[in-house]
Ligand binder design. Structure first.
Ligand code: KG4
Ligand code: ZN
Length: 365
């Protein structure tokens, strides 16, 4: 094998257009040579959410230049890369088509292999690129479209231990913000408002707390927020702050219970592990300081290492797609045929059953 491999990665599954070049050295170390992300936040914010048609058009407009920029910043040409990796699911089908078709065209003209990557695998393996983590470990993915606790046994070996049965956590933040009149995306707005709020003023539900299964549910919490807000309307700034703080407290308590159980299960299943067990967090909600503190404290209690890759790599990017491709190549997993089709739904764990309502937006991961 060459001294190191380099892959061009492309990500277009939601509202970020991204391209990156990543290298994997012989010792397994990852090196990001370039990582370009163009957020479409401005295009979508007026609508209070991602509009699929607008997203697809924006990817078309930006992607080719972004790829050139990624190659330029990495100081390489297409000749220097060993493969092209593109997200081919799950996500918004229009965006996926743009990225995958572009990758196919590049693969075809350059004669390089194509890797059709599962976006969730990108999130799942990022901590190995950033922190050199070894298998197995647990990952909590908390974004606008997913809330999943996944056991990462190895490349291509994923077991979903828990998922949301209704709303994703980021979605719950966004909906809470919307009904309180806060701007989109809701997560940062709720977190900011919560700083000056009283977390004990409203007693909100902690869905599924105490249950043995490791799933999540957030729609009841959102309904309770609506009820609390309706009862005391019109809302003052202090009321909004208090609701946000109470909401975050309920979320933190819920995560404590659900993830705490997951950590115990991991310790039971891997009691003979000679490395420190680890919990990795990924997705936009991982930016939330209270949630981070909660998870950090929980890990400390259970003797887990808490790994939170830099936020830029926790949210959607193409470096993680290139890296997933590199990991797959290093394992000598098969590359993809140029006929491969994008998949709006594509669970990482093919054995896991679809839970009613979970990931129903299918838009964000
Ligand atoms: O991973 P991400 O950037 O995009 C995808 O979902 O693909 O996650 C976006 C989600 C949004 O729902 C946003 O409200 C939430 O992450 N988010 C936050 C915070 N920052 C972003 N949620 C809570 N607290 C935050 N500080
Ligand atoms: Zn994602």
């Amino acid at each position: 094998m060459a001294q190191f491999l380099r892959i061009l990665g492309i990500e277009t599954s939601c509202d970020e257009t991204a391209a990156a070049v990543v290298a994997r050295h012989e010792d397994g170390r990852g090196e990001i040579l370039s990582d370009v992300v163009l957020s479409q936040l401005d295009e979508h914010s007026a609508y209070g959410g991602v509009v699929p048609e607008i997203a697809a058009r924006a990817h078309v407009e930006a992607l080719d230049e972004l790829i050139e920029e990624a190659l330029r910043r990495a100081n390489v040409t297409l000749n220097d890369v060993d493969a092209i990796a593109a997200t081919s699911g799950p996500g918004l089908i229009g965006g996926l088509l743009v990225g995958l078709m572009t990758a196919k065209a590049i693969a075809r003209v350059s004669g390089k292999p194509l890797l059709a990557i599962n976006h969730l695998e990108g999130h799942a393996l990022t901590a190995r690129m950033t922190d050199g983590l070894s298998f197995p470990y647990l990952m909590l993915l908390v974004s606008g479209g997913h809330t999943q606790l996944i056991l990462i046994r190895g490349v291509d070996q994923y077991e979903r231990w828990g998922t949301t049965i209704d709303d994703a956590l980021g979605e719950a933040f966004d909906k809470t913000a919307k009904l309180l009149g806060l701007p989109y995306p809701g997560g940062p707005a709720v977190e900011k408002a919560a700083l000056s709020g009283n977390p004990d003023r409203f007693s909100l539900p902690r869905p599924l707390v105490g249950e043995a299964r490791l799933d999540f549910s957030f729609s009841g919490l959102k309904t309770a927020v609506r009820q609390a807000a309706t009862e005391i309307a019109p809302l003052t700034d202090q009321d909004i702050a208090d609701i946000c703080a109470s909401f975050q407290k309920a979320v933190s308590r819920t995560l404590r219970d659900r993830i705490g159980r997951g950590l115990l299960r991991f310790k039971q299943e891997f009691s003979g592990l000679d490395t420190e067990p680890a919990l990795v967090v990924a997705g936009g909600v991982a930016a939330n300081q209270e949630i981070r503190r909660t998870l950090q404290a929980l890990c400390l209690e259970h003797g887990f290492r808490f790994v939170a890759p830099p936020l830029r790599l926790c949210t959607d990017n193409a470096a993680m797609i290139a890296w997933a491709g590199l990991e797959r190549m290093a394992e000598e997993l098969p590359v993809d045929d140029l006929n491969v089709a994008p998949r709006s739904r594509w669970p990482l764990d093919s054995q896991a059953k679809t839970l009613l309502g979970s990931g129903k937006r299918g838009a964000k991961a």
